[in-house]
Design a protein around this ligand. Structure first.
Ligand code: ARG
Length: 316
């Protein structure tokens, strides 16, 4: 039976309405799928924040270490997370050898170095840019706990081997002693943990290292030994610090040379954390004592410095 003209027109109008609705629905669906681009952007950092890679060498607690679950932990980790939170960026941590940190920054493998790095060192300042300083430190000599002949760096003799970590100011000091014939050999190792093991095994007679890190090692060793000791038994750590702190260092956070934008963010974050008490909280958590005014003042003091080598040349 032939369909009347008017029924055909009504049928066509209904078909067009259904088609329009279908096309609209399909368009909405495809827009939602494209909207995933925003989700993909936010995947690189929460709410689309920038994500910076932070390099560190983790045998250096309380600044840089590895937790029981393999995550990187320490004062530098908490500090960088807090600066990121304050300045609106996210951070990811990268485990590298200490002497590989500056090359990794220069080649763009990482964006930041936060690794207990002395910023008052001329050659480093020629390669990277440092933030305001955040921790006052210095180097000490450590010997086996039962050693009775070495009471300071001056008691080291030309038959002795002294260990230090590669790429550090401690390695510079040990290599200088060897060059001057004051010790037999500077044993340069990848990790501070290996250096301490060699000291305990008497493969080397001393280790030069940053005072807070050696002290943290001693305290941790003593705490662990205490767990296995009998009730009331007095235990000692296997190594001890001898003599005075031999130099002064100030740790800084490094960025690629010329990256003023990121450096300004880090400096602004450091200042805010000092002012709002968050830095003092992180300091106490990892250093184990309250930050003094002098400890905190390093963050806002001048970053000018005299390189120890220049000072020595001027003195001669
Ligand atoms: N403060 C010394 C330096 O700047 C040693 C730093 C070692 N840091 C580390 N995470 N292992 O050379």
């Amino acid at each position: 039976m032939r369909m009347s003209y008017f029924r055909k027109v009504r049928k066509m109008k209904k078909f067009k309405k259904v088609l329009a609705l279908t096309l609209t629905f399909a368009m909405v669906l495809s827009l939602a799928a494209c909207g995933g681009g925003d989700d993909q952007k936010s995947a690189s950092g929460s709410e689309g924040k920038d994500v910076y890679k932070v390099g560190m060498e983790p045998t250096f607690l309380p600044f840089d270490g590895t937790g029981d679950n393999g995550d990187l932990i320490g004062l530098d980790v908490d500090l960088m997370k807090a600066i990121g939170e304050d300045q609106g960026f996210d951070v990811e941590f990268v485990n590298l050898s200490f002497d590989g940190l500056v090359p990794a920054l220069q080649t763009g493998q990482i964006d930041i170095i936060a690794s207990g790095m002395n910023a008052d060192k001329k050659d480093r300042n020629e390669e990277v840019d440092f933030s305001n300083r955040y921790y006052r430190s210095g180097l000490v000599v450590a010997v086996a706990n039962d050693n009775t002949t070495i009471n300071s760096i001056n008691d080291l003799t030309p038959d002795m081997k002294v260990a230090a970590q590669t790429g550090t100011t401690s390695a510079d000091m040990a290599e200088k002693l060897a060059k001057e014939g004051k010790i037999k050999e500077a044993v340069i190792l990848n990790g501070v943990d290996i250096a301490m093991m060699q000291l305990i095994n008497n493969d080397v007679q001393a280790v030069i290292n940053d005072r807070p890190v050696t002290q943290y090692y001693i305290d941790t060793q003593k705490k662990n030994a205490q767990k296995d000791a009998k009730e009331g038994e007095e235990v000692e750590a296997p190594v001890k610090i001898v003599g005075d702190v031999m130099n002064s260092e100030r740790y800084g956070i490094a960025v690629q040379k010329g990256n003023k934008e990121l450096l300004d963010k880090i400096n602004a974050g450091l200042k805010n954390l000092k002012d709002n008490g968050k830095f003092a909280e992180i300091y106490e958590k990892w250093i184990g004592q309250e930050a003094t005014e002098n400890d905190l003042s390093v963050i806002t003091e001048s970053t000018d410095f005299v390189d120890p080598d220049d000072a020595e040349k001027a003195a001669n």
